[in-house]
Design a protein around this ligand. Structure first.
Ligand code: ARG
Ligand code: ZN
Ligand code: CA
Length: 254
């Protein structure tokens, strides 16, 4: 696609305890982050190390809470329910009313986001393009959602959703998902081959897999570093996301 794609978003808030019923304001703060990160207008963009600056790119995707529901009625793009489930996991139970969650809206027209309690230290998970419509979208731990309210450091800058929506648009983890080996690939040519995930706030450069002198592109949204340490997509990643919007997700957005 040329230009900027606007993606309608529905947020399904599935809560057990009152505090998990995150506010409209917290939801708005997440949409704001996405609109900065996917246009490279994020305030920390200039923290990108000089050698990687030429590769840092505008993904040309924006997001807005849906204003029209699947039945044509007006909506604020936010659905809520209380559940007896104290904590969900990656089995997709949160994506169906029958299992304590909320049903997806049609995946060909909406990006479905679920905000809920998650167990096992999971911050979020995503479905790649090509999967069943009923489970399409992204699940985010309520305390890693947005930048205000229940958002908790070091995952309180909304970057879990940025990372997971990267997967939803067909991006792989930057280290190639091969443990700490050097044989995996993220299917992107301009990201350096990298051994394993980076965490926390690494110091530049961090060299692995003979990728010196600049080392890993650990400040990429598709690594595992803290929210404050990730601030770019590469040109090759943007091409892959745009190919997804031209291909398996061509029905989404305007
Ligand atoms: N799926 C990853 C996890 O649950 C998300 C990592 C997001 N990273 C971040 N800094 N927010 O661990
Ligand atoms: Zn991931
Ligand atoms: Ca690569």
């Amino acid at each position: 696609r040329e230009g900027v794609t606007l993606v309608p978003v529905v947020v399904h808030v599935v809560w057990n305890t009152e505090d998990q019923n995150i506010s409209d304001e917290q939801i708005a703060s997440q949409i704001d982050v996405l609109n900065r990160d996917f246009r490279r207008t994020n305030p920390d963009a200039d923290s990108t190390p000089a050698p990687f600056l030429p590769l840092a790119s505008d993904a040309r995707v924006t997001f807005e809470l849906a204003r029209t529901a699947p039945d044509g009625s007006a909506t604020n793009g936010i659905q809520r329910r209380q559940t007896s489930v104290t904590s969900f996991d990656s089995d997709d139970a949160v994506k169906a009313e029958a299992t304590g969650g909320l049903d997806a809206w049609p995946a060909e027209n909406y990006l479905n986001l679920w905000a809920c309690p998650l167990g096992g230290g999971l911050l979020g998970y995503a479905q790649f393009p090509g999967g069943p419509a009923e489970t399409d979208g992204v699940v985010i731990l309520q305390s890693a959602f947005g930048t205000t309210g229940t958002a908790a450091a070091p995952f309180d800058l909304g970057r879990t959703a940025t990372h997971e929506i990267g997967h939803w648009l067909n991006l792989n983890h930057i280290w190639g998902d091969d443990g700490t080996g050097c044989s995996g690939t993220d299917n992107v040519d301009d990201t350096p081959n990298q051994a394993g995930p980076n965490t926390g706030k690494p110091a530049f450069p961090h060299v692995s897999c003979n990728n010196g002198p600049d080392g890993d592109m650990f400040m990429n949204y598709m690594d595992y570093v803290d929210d404050a340490a990730m601030f770019m997509f590469s040109t090759g990643q943007v091409a892959r996301m745009q190919a997804c919007l031209d291909g398996p997700r061509s029905s989404i957005g305007t």
